[in-house]
Every structure is written in C-alpha cells, then in structure tokens.
Design a protein around this ligand. Structure first.
Ligand code: PXP
Length: 280
C-alpha cells in the first residue's frame, strides 16, 4: 500500500498570516501565548486521520514552521517525521541533532511561494555527497526532491541517496489543463516521464516517492503504481480541511490510496467511515 505523508507547512502559513513575528502578547503585567492554528496539533489530527508520516519544511527564513514547532513535533509525533530542508550547513546540523526519520533535501528560493523545482543534484554532486554522508552518518534516511530526469536519478544514486521524491508539479498542471483526460498526449507524456523515473529509481536500488501539487483527483492514477512507496501531499489536504476538518480530509485521501479508487467511489459506498462505526 502506498503511504501518505501529510505536509503541515500550510497550517503554519495560516498561523503566520495573522501572527507573523508574534509568539506571546503582553498587556500590562499579563502575557499569553498566541498563534493558531497550531501545526503540532495539526500533526496529531493528521495522525488520527491515518497519515503514515508528517512532513514539515524548516525554511532558512522560518516563514512558516519555526524552531519551536520542530522541537515540539519531535517530542509528540507518533509516526515518521520528514524534515524538508535546504542542503545548507545550518539545516544539516539541525537535522543531525533533531534526528527525524527522513531528511528530504529540496532547493530553496527566498522569493518562491512553495518549492518550485527539483534539486539539481547532478549540478552539485561533490556537495551532495558530503551532505548525504553527514545525514546518513547521523542515522537518517536521506531523500532528494528531483525532477523526473535520468541524469538527476543517476546523480542521486551516485551521491548515496536512499530515496528520490519525484516532483509531480508539472503533472498536476498538465492534468488540470487536460481535465484529467489521459488520452491527451501531453498528459500521457508527463505520466510516462514520471513512471520512467520511478523505474530508474527503483532499478538503482532507491525508494520511489512522489509529491507536489497532488489533489483528490490527480492522485488517482498513482494509486496503482506498485513501485511507489509514499506520496507527500499538503495543500489539497489542508484546503479540504477547511470544510471537513483535517482528520477527515486526511482520511479521505488515505481511503483513496487504500482503495485505489477515486473519491467519487468513496462517497458512492455510502459515505466515508468517520471512525465512529457509522458512515459520515
Ligand atoms: N514535496 C515537496 C518536496 C514539497 O516541497 C511540497 C510542498 O511543500 C510537497 C511535497 C507537497 O506539495 P503540496 O503542498 O502541493 O501538496
């Protein structure tokens, strides 16, 4: 079964929209901690919804997840933790001290709203080898977020990565334009690119993960890919949570992955099992 990693950065982004730079307010002699929604509580809800892992990105500028969140998450999380990070010395030190299950290396741009492209492992192989060795030396599984390109897969194998997460952002964009019609050649081409990369990754002895831009519809073709180990999904799940709550939003995605069928089918079955014994 394909595992579901839930990215909780978007919860912290919502908190920062109101409480940027705040943490505590002081009025006279009184003070109080402020700032909701709390991404650590969100991680707990995601776990209860069936998340197999929790992903969070500690950015250099701490624009959403902060150091306090990270320390608290490490203490309370009960499933695998994936620390998404730029391959900088500061982040490598934090990862070695924090010891999440997986260190996921991504490129980081200050101006970007979200991670925009894959990490250029091929273009900085000596640095990547050094970073991977340090992280693996601390007992971490090390993953690279890459575009679906042969030269990046080969470079990841050479650098010693355990996992490649293939960037599905381009797939998501083409899927939207084509309305999910797999007979459209541009969508078929994008699909084949990802599948080819998946074969190359597993043939090279690494684990094949994927993510970015996935939602309750464009995720469906992935559910029948046996080489795939884990999908990382954030924005679509947190967006759905606005209407149905995070626990249920995660459970719906999890049910799609478990049933290898679409969300329509999940509802056709008489509604989602809300965990209380009855259909929700
Ligand atoms: N994988 C990586 C490496 C990411 O940077 C992100 C976004 O933070 C995701 C997966 C999840 O993407 P989305 O929020 O679009 O589901």
């Amino acid at each position: 079964m394909i595992h579901l990693g839930v990215n909780i950065d978007h919860v912290a982004t919502l908190r920062q929209a109101r409480y940027r730079g705040a943490g505590a307010v002081q009025v006279g002699s009184g003070s109080a901690e402020v700032g909701e929604p709390d991404p650590v509580r969100a991680a707990h809800e995601a776990e209860l919804g069936g998340a197999d892992s929790i992903t969070f990105h500690l950015r250099e500028d701490r624009r959403h997840i902060n150091d306090h969140d990270v320390r608290l998450l490490r203490r309370v999380a009960r499933v695998k933790l994936n620390l998404e990070m730029a391959p900088t010395d500061e982040m490598v030190s934090i990862a070695c001290e924090l010891r999440p299950h997986t260190a996921m290396l991504v490129p980081e741009g200050r101006e970007e709203v979200t991670t925009e492209g894959g990490l250029d492992v091929a273009g900085q192989l000596p640095r990547m080898k050094e970073v991977v060795a340090r992280l693996r030396g601390a007992g971490l599984i090390v993953s690279a977020f890459i575009d679906a390109e042969r030269r990046q897969v080969d470079a990841c194998a050479e650098a010693g990565f355990d996992v490649c997460e293939v960037h599905t952002g381009p797939w998501s964009a083409v899927f939207a334009v084509c309305g999910g019609d797999m007979r459209r050649p541009e969508l078929e081409r994008e699909w084949q690119r990802i599948m080819r990369a998946g074969v190359e990754i597993t043939d090279a002895g690494m684990r094949f993960n994927a993510g970015h831009g996935l939602n309750y519809h464009n995720v469906i073709p992935f559910t029948s890919v046996s080489r795939l180990e884990e999908l990382h999904i954030g924005h679509a799940i947190v967006s759905r949570a606005v209407y149905v709550g995070l626990r249920r939003a995660v459970r719906e995605m999890k049910q799609i992955l478990m049933r290898s069928e679409g969300i329509g089918r999940v509802y056709d079955d008489g509604g989602l099992d809300d965990g209380t014994g009855g259909a929700a």
